[in-house]
Design a binder for this molecule. Structure first.
Ligand code: GDP
Length: 356
């Protein structure tokens, strides 16, 4: 499964946020892998469509998609030089598919800031500089090796060209995600700043409903996405039942919890989408990549579905809601038979036909 690494300076609220994520993991039944790894937290992807499908099909239970987060201990200045437990942490980040950087915005004078003052922009710069330095180190080591491999015809010249171009970008102090360079030839290096990035601002409760402040922080990280949340509030919300949680959320001017926002934006940042299946047992969301074709999508349910794929009967979620049932959708010509070249769309309600 794809994972998002949670990084940030010490004392910014990573553990507090991660604790809320792990409590949420207990509720995310559709995810065996999380129970084995103590530093992995899983959040369900909020999806109101499942409840609607369950109403139409009389499904007994809902199985939403999920997003997993891996907790990486704090990065400090000098991490790329092996400061703290630097290199080990960086290796953990390397394995993740995206990075969520937690940035302190809350002002509590009782919580010491590692650099003395609460300053989101400067914190982000510290972390990003460490990641850039780590990538430069990776490239410095890799380039001589790639050179040899190209001479020995064991690597494509494109690999060397790309590595040198990437080095130039990083030397200018820019993350690789800010460029349009195609990094495919050096993908195996797992460069950190090439990964998709999300910023999580851990702010005071009164900032959550403050549109001006929100816009300011969002502008600071654009085009990357920002999630604003109060980690302490999130850990309280997770202990409440749905009605009480909704009430507490509303009192802070929000209609969606920070964890839900993080799940949604994280899922999207990973390049994922879902399709839906439903029956009397369950209404379920299945995770696939954007742009996947029908047989590959079928393979997520079972490899036999991919191997024996014949076709997929597809009704868009909206058409199903409008017609009220599969039978009605078929009668009105809203159920499409799609073949192996069909590109899946988010929210397709699907039934696969296959040979066993
Ligand atoms: P980490 O070092 O990044 O994992 O930070 P922690 O989660 O351990 O938080 C450091 C301290 O800040 C703890 O005392 C937390 O209780 C406190 N803290 C975390 N999040 C918030 C928050 O949103 N508001 C306030 N006031 N304190 C917080």
């Amino acid at each position: 499964a794809l994972t998002i690494a949670i990084v940030g300076l010490p004392n910014v609220g990573k553990s507090t946020l991660f604790n809320a994520l792990t409590k949420s993991t207990v509720l995310a039944a559709n995810y065996p892998f999380a129970t084995i790894e103590p530093n992995v937290g899983v959040v369900n992807l909020p999806d109101e469509r499942l409840g609607v499908l369950a109403g139409i099909f009389g499904s007994e239970r809902l199985l939403p998609a999920a997003v997993s987060f891996v907790d990486i201990a704090g990065i400090v200045k000098g991490a790329s030089e092996g400061e703290g437990l630097g290199n080990k942490f960086l290796a953990n980040i390397r394995e993740a598919d995206a990075i969520a950087q937690v940035v302190r915005g809350f002002s509590d004078p009782d919580v010491v800031h590692v650099d003395g003052t609460v300053n989101p922009a400067s914190d982000m710069e510290t972390i990003n500089t460490e990641l850039i330095l780590a990538d430069l180190q990776t490239l410095e080591k890799a380039i001589p090796r790639i050179e040899k491999e190209v001479k020995g015809k064991k690597a494509e010249p494109a690999a060397l060209e790309t590595a040198l171009e990437a080095q130039k970008v990083l030397n200018d102090g820019k993350p690789l995600s800010s460029t349009t360079i195609d990094l495919a030839p050096i993908k195996e290096l797992g460069l950190l700043t090439a990964k998709p990035f999300i910023y999580v601002f851990n702010v005071d409760e009164d900032v959550l409903g403050d549109a001006t402040k929100r816009t300011e922080l969002e502008a600071l990280v654009a085009p990357a996405k920002a999630v604003l949340l109060d980690a302490k509030l999130e850990s309280e919300l997770i202990d409440l039942d749905a009605a009480d949680a909704a009430e507490l959320l509303a009192s802070t001017g929000q209609d969606e919890s920070g964890l839900d926002q993080l799940a949604r934006i994280g899922f999207d940042t990973l390049g994922l989408q879902t399709y839906l299946t439903a029956g009397p047992k369950e209404a379920r969301a299945w995770t696939i990549g954007k742009g996947w074709k029908a047989p590959q999508a079928a393979g997520v349910i079972h490899t036999d579905f991919e191997r024996g794929f014949i076709k997929a009967e597809i009704i868009s979620f909206q058409d199903l809601v409008d017609t009220g049932s599969v039978a009605e959708a078929r009668a009105k010509g809203k159920a499409r038979m799609e073949g192996k070249d069909y590109v899946m769309q988010d929210g397709d309600v699907v039934e696969f036909r296959f040979n066993v």
